[in-house]
Design a protein. Structure first.
Length: 551
């Protein structure tokens, strides 16, 4: 279980006390400086702390009516907070509930929350959970409980209703530990003045959080990305589709962003959304219906560059260019420079850190990769993809036991994720857990349109087990699928490598080299190709891909 921010601070107080009593009054003063909260707020924090400590929970002793004491010898130094989060309050902005129950109001509520997240994320004194972390909490009945799940100190939530050409929005700030509402406000605006409403929401939320803003930050809050209401509505629909990752939602997102930039070519955020959608469409594991990277990556790059021509300050776009630099351009220095710029603009950009982690692990810099992924998960703790990719990086680093443990936990949290189950299968197979690996691949195959990764995983495993007839059937099935949608040659190479068919494996790897799929940069880190590494053809491929030369 994660150690929430205030629970960490409470543990630090107990450690600093070196076994002495820490009174409730001290806890209240230190954990909520300048904020009036109920006394039972301390009890809630201590409950969270004991849950996180698990077997060691008994070392936190309660002294009735007085306070708490740590009954344990402190053997390790207190770990410093990361500079990225030190002194910053953590905020989760939830999608605003539709008070009418209408789908149009639900979309508006999501768009208002996404807009608040975009604007408030630019403030250095706040750590704001990204839209990807909060999108599933539509109509969340208990904001404090959601805040605890997201490891946030404060939750901004509320509702929206449209009626008679008017929009009414209610907002409230909830302190997660005390579950108390620390601010509430209501806004009424004409529906035609939606941009003025957004300005009011972000400015008032910043004031309510008692933030001391620089002139530049106030200007950022007041900036309007477009004056075209229809373009903005299309952008919001695209963002919602992008957050869902089901069926053809990424294709739908791309279409929304395309239409938005057609209406307003100067809409930088819509170009940025288009770049992200195109990038995801080129990644086989990110969508059910991927398109060839040779087609999509140049489109993503062009959209990203257009976005930066309009607004160079978009951290997310620099992160996307970093991903493209790693996975398509095979340019390590360029990728690291783009990621560096993304994190300079926004150290809280969890997506950029994840791109960086996956790129670093591909070139063998596993310890750096794990640190970047740890920071990404600190910023977006409930993100299933990030939790699965942590296990994937451990797998690439040949830390199979740790990878299995991480991925088993991830699958337990989201058993319907083909993404997590496929990676769990890889780690279990490498760890020698054949039955468990096969069970994960079969589970993937049972999911709608998730057949390619299940077939690839199962095919390689059965090849290693010597079940050649079944493997040939799987290869035939993959060829059939490839007649109607994109299936990377890289996957065929993996299966032939498992069969020990070196010549065929290299033929498919040559085709993959021409395709430039994301997986190609994992050539050196992929355990499935261990049997090919001494072959001169493998060294020639490494030389031509070239991303490792300066790693």
């Amino acid at each position: 279980m994660p150690l929430y921010a205030r629970a960490f601070d409470a543990l630090a107080l107990l450690v600093d006390g070196a076994g002495a009593l820490v009174s409730k009054e001290t806890m209240l003063q230190q954990l909520w400086p300048g904020v009036l909260v109920e006394e039972n707020s301390v009890a809630r924090v201590m409950s969270d702390l004991r849950k996180a400590l698990r077997e060691q929970a008994a070392c936190v002793a309660t002294v009735p009516r007085r306070g708490y004491r740590l009954d344990a010898e402190v053997r390790a130094a207190r770990r410093a907070r990361q500079p990225e989060v030190e002194g910053r309050r953590t905020l989760a902005v939830l999608p605003l509930a539709s008070l009418s129950g209408e789908a149009a109001d639900r979309l508006l509520g999501f768009g208002l929350a996404d807009g608040l997240i975009t604007r408030l994320s630019q403030l250095r004194s706040l750590l704001v959970r990204p839209t990807s972390a909060v999108a599933r909490y539509v109509d969340a009945p208990a904001p404090a409980a959601v805040g605890r799940e997201l490891n946030a100190e404060i939750v901004l939530c509320g509702g929206v209703r449209r009626s008679g050409g008017q929009v009414r929005v209610s907002l409230q700030l909830v302190d997660v530990a005390s579950e108390a509402t620390i601010w509430a406000a209501r806004f009424d605006e004409a529906e035609a003045a939606i941009f003025a409403l957004k300005d009011s929401l972000s400015a008032r939320a910043a004031d309510a959080l008692a933030l001391e803003l620089t002139r530049s930050e106030r200007e950022q809050l007041a900036r309007r990305p477009t004056q075209d209401a229809d373009a903005h509505d299309l952008y919001v629909r695209g963002r919602l589709c992008l957050s869902q990752r089901v069926g053809d939602s990424i294709q739908q997102a791309a279409e929304c962003f395309r239409r938005a930039v057609e209406r307003d070519p100067g809409f930088a955020l819509a170009h940025a959304g288009l770049a992200e959608a195109y990038t995801l469409l080129s990644v086989a594991s990110a969508t059910l219906d991927p398109l060839p990277p040779r087609v999509m990556a140049p489109l993503a790059k062009a959209a990203a560059q257009q976005a930066l021509e309009l607004d160079e300050q978009l951290s997310e776009v620099h992160g996307i260019l970093g991903h493209i630099g790693y996975c398509y351009d095979w340019d390590l220095a360029g990728a690291e420079a783009a990621i560096g710029r993304a994190l300079e603009l926004n150290p809280s950009n969890a997506g950029a850190r994840q791109y960086h982690a996956l790129g670093l692990s591909s070139v063998g810099r596993h310890d750096e990769a794990l640190e970047q992924m740890r920071l990404a998960r600190l910023l977006d703790p409930t993100n299933m993809v990030m939790n699965a990719n942590l296990g994937f990086i451990l797998y690439r680093a040949r830390r199979y036991a740790a990878a299995v443990e991480q991925l088993r936990r991830t699958v337990a949290i989201d058993p319907d994720s083909a993404y997590a189950r496929f990676r769990f299968g890889l780690a279990a197979e490498a760890a020698g857990l054949t039955d468990e690996a096969l069970a994960q691949y079969e589970a993937v195959l049972a999911m709608p349109m998730a057949d390619v990764h299940g077939l690839v995983g199962k095919g390689h495993l059965l090849a290693r087990l010597g079940r050649e007839r079944e493997v040939r059937e799987i290869l035939d099935r993959l060829r059939e699928i490839a007649e109607t949608r994109y299936v990377s040659a890289y996957y065929f190479a993996e299966i032939h490598a498992g069969l020990g068919e070196t010549g065929a494996a290299f033929e498919w790897l040559e085709r993959a080299y021409a395709e430039r799929p994301v997986m190609m940069i994992s050539l050196r880190a992929n355990p499935k190709f261990d049997g090919l590494r001494e072959d001169p053809r493998f060294h020639d491929l490494e030389r031509r891909v070239g991303i490792w030369k300066n790693s």
